[in-house]
Design a protein around this ligand. Structure first.
Ligand code: ZN
Ligand code: ZN
Length: 227
């Protein structure tokens, strides 16, 4: 297609919905009207501890022994939200992150954000970051911190796994890639990540922060899997 024809196409064809490829709701919108209406929003009155949409039965919460005090996400990891999350890990990261961050802070329960002194992104696995090129958790944390009016502190890193790691077992590599604390955290920390799946990542990151002196760590993610 010639440059002029390409330009003309951009002007006359409405932008496409990133989920179904139909016409976007309005110019610049990421979704069409139907997909926007189908977003899987999660309630604010589910389990405070793990973020599942219903209160967990006593003793059955998957986060009952977690080092974080509360967890929540505005959306479940399915449908149009899952599509946006997958694009947010790659080429649309800078477009998608502010949208997710706005959804995260719009209805977040006070138990998750009250009194937090800093927002800390979960550090990416160095190999994943090399492959994708964008650190989605860092982008989300920056936007959430700005919205809450608290600093974003990159307090966690990961020990790099070099080429000499090939002989190690998977369990050893996971342990090696565990988050490490880079500086002393404040008293109350809000940990931010893109997806809460088993909670293992948040658990490891919260444990590092608690071990470094943080007294209360809460977790805010863009999405949550419902298993
Ligand atoms: Zn659509
Ligand atoms: Zn629970």
């Amino acid at each position: 297609m010639s440059r002029a024809a390409d330009l003309l196409t951009c002007l006359v064809v409405p932008e496409r919905c990133l989920h179904c490829r139909g016409p976007a709701e309005r110019p610049g919108a990421m979704l069409c009207h139907a997909c926007h209406g189908a977003l899987p929003w999660l309630p604010v009155d589910g389990c405070r501890r793990c973020g599942l949409p219903r209160p967990c039965p006593r003793g059955r919460c998957p986060s009952r022994s977690a080092p974080f005090a509360a967890a929540w996400a505005p959306l479940s990891y399915e449908g149009p939200a899952r599509t946006l999350a997958l694009l947010g890990k790659d080429r649309a990261a800078r477009r998608v992150a502010p949208w997710f961050a706005a959804a995260m802070v719009a209805r977040v329960p006070a138990t998750v954000t009250d009194g937090v002194a800093a927002v800390v992104p979960v550090p990416p696995d160095p190999r994943r970051l090399r492959r994708r090129g964008e650190d989605h958790a860092a982008l989300l944390a920056a936007a959430v911190a700005a919205a809450l009016g608290v600093p974003r502190l990159p307090l966690l890193g990961r020990e790099r796994s070099g080429p000499a790691q090939h002989h190690r077992t998977r369990a050893e590599r996971l342990r090696i890639a565990a988050p490490v604390l880079l500086a002393v955290p404040p008293d109350r920390v809000l940990l931010v990540d893109d997806v809460h799946t088993t909670g293992a990542t948040a658990r490891a990151a919260a444990a590092a922060l608690r071990g470094g002196g943080a007294r209360r760590v809460t977790v805010l993610t863009a999405l949550r899997t419902l298993r």
